[in-house]
Write a protein that binds this ligand. Structure first.
Ligand code: SF4
Length: 333
């Protein structure tokens, strides 16, 4: 289904990532990789009620109002964005839309209204990523037509969560589990690597979430000016490659966490011999952006020309060799 003739009129605006604006024909900026999912952001003007130490939208952050992670988010009329989105989807340029929802007082009503409005333009797979409070909120989103919901846990351990997000890691984990039981195959979470967790924390969490049917999306911590963590370092690339590889193996059921070896929190053995491991990882898929289907988040964590943590497109032979060499540097055998 396509076209805007049945669409409800709206004078509101919505932010889209700079790369999304290019794909939608709203901007002619040059991009090195095009997003295959459209990324939209809502609630920025009201400011987030939370105060995550890594986030440019946090209560205490002093960054620019149109930035999140490394990405800038110009604002456009909602009607125009939604009409273009559906056209791009019909042309198979975009596979889905993902709303990144800043936690404001009326965030659920606002995002439900936007998803209904988008649906009035045509069919499109929609994700919502938000710090939701209950499975009832997830149910509301699914009822208005959202395909997948992400509740970002972000931190891989209770101590990191308390330090960078505040509140209860166990509470968020329990909410994710409850939602996965109630809405199987519809729940995703984000995990940021490089916030002070150990490799064992990250891999153990990914393993248990995977077992419970929760899709995991890895992000590399990215210091953003104006945030509490603006002076912290991004993760070591060898460590990141190991966690990507572990996630890939766990996601495909090729190995279990109980078969892996950790020494003082460091992953030293994947439970596969080196030749088998390198063969399984040879196509480079493990090092691509992870998460919901068709989510490639180009340059979300990377500077063009800098270290590529998550490859937004299939890896070239040179990139595969480099990623495997980075991983091999962290293997004990
Ligand atoms: S994994 Fe990608 S598409 Fe899914 S919720 Fe996260 S950012 Fe959105």
């Amino acid at each position: 289904m396509s076209g805007a003739k049945n669409a409800v009129s709206s004078e509101r605006r919505v932010r889209v990532s700079a790369g999304t604006a290019v794909v939608l024909g709203l901007s002619s900026a040059r991009v090195d990789a095009r997003p295959t999912t459209a990324y939209l952001m809502t609630g920025v003007e009201d400011g987030c009620l939370y105060d995550c130490a890594f986030c440019a939208r946090a209560r205490s952050a002093k960054g620019r109002s149109d930035a999140l992670s490394r990405v800038t988010w110009p604002e456009w009329p909602e009607d125009e964005v939604f009409a273009r989105l559906v056209r791009a989807h019909d042309d198979e340029v975009l596979k889905r839309a993902c709303f990144q929802v800043v936690r404001t007082k009326d965030y659920i009503d606002d995002i439900c209204r936007r998803v209904r409005l988008l649906a009035s333009y045509g069919e499109l797979s929609v994700c919502v990523s938000a710090n939701l409070r209950s499975s009832a909120e997830v149910a509301r989103l699914l009822e208005v037509g959202v395909d997948r919901v992400s509740i970002p846990i972000d931190a891989a351990s209770p101590a990191v969560y308390a330090r960078v997000k505040g509140g209860s890691w166990h509470g968020t984990l329990e909410l994710l589990r409850e939602c996965a039981r109630k809405f199987p195959g519809r729940i995703t979470t984000h995990i940021i690597i490089g916030l002070g967790e150990s490799e064992e924390d990250a891999v153990s969490l990914i393993g248990s979430l995977t077992d419970e049917g929760i899709m995991t999306a890895l992000f590399a911590f990215t210091p953003v000016r104006g945030t509490r963590l603006e002076g912290a370092k991004p993760p070591d690339i060898t460590s990141y490659r190991k966690i990507q590889a572990a996630r890939y193996l766990l996601d495909r059921g090729l190995v279990r966490v109980s078969q892996m070896t950790f020494v003082d929190g460091v992953l030293t053995d994947f439970g596969l011999d080196r030749a088998t491991l390198l063969e399984v990882l040879a196509d480079g898929e493990a090092f691509r952006t992870s998460g919901c289907p068709d989510c490639n988040r180009p340059y979300y964590n990377e500077r063009p020309g800098g270290v590529i943590y998550n490859y937004p497109e299939p890896l070239t032979e040179a990139q595969r060799e480099e990623a495997l060499a980075q991983l091999a540097g962290g293997l004990s055998r």
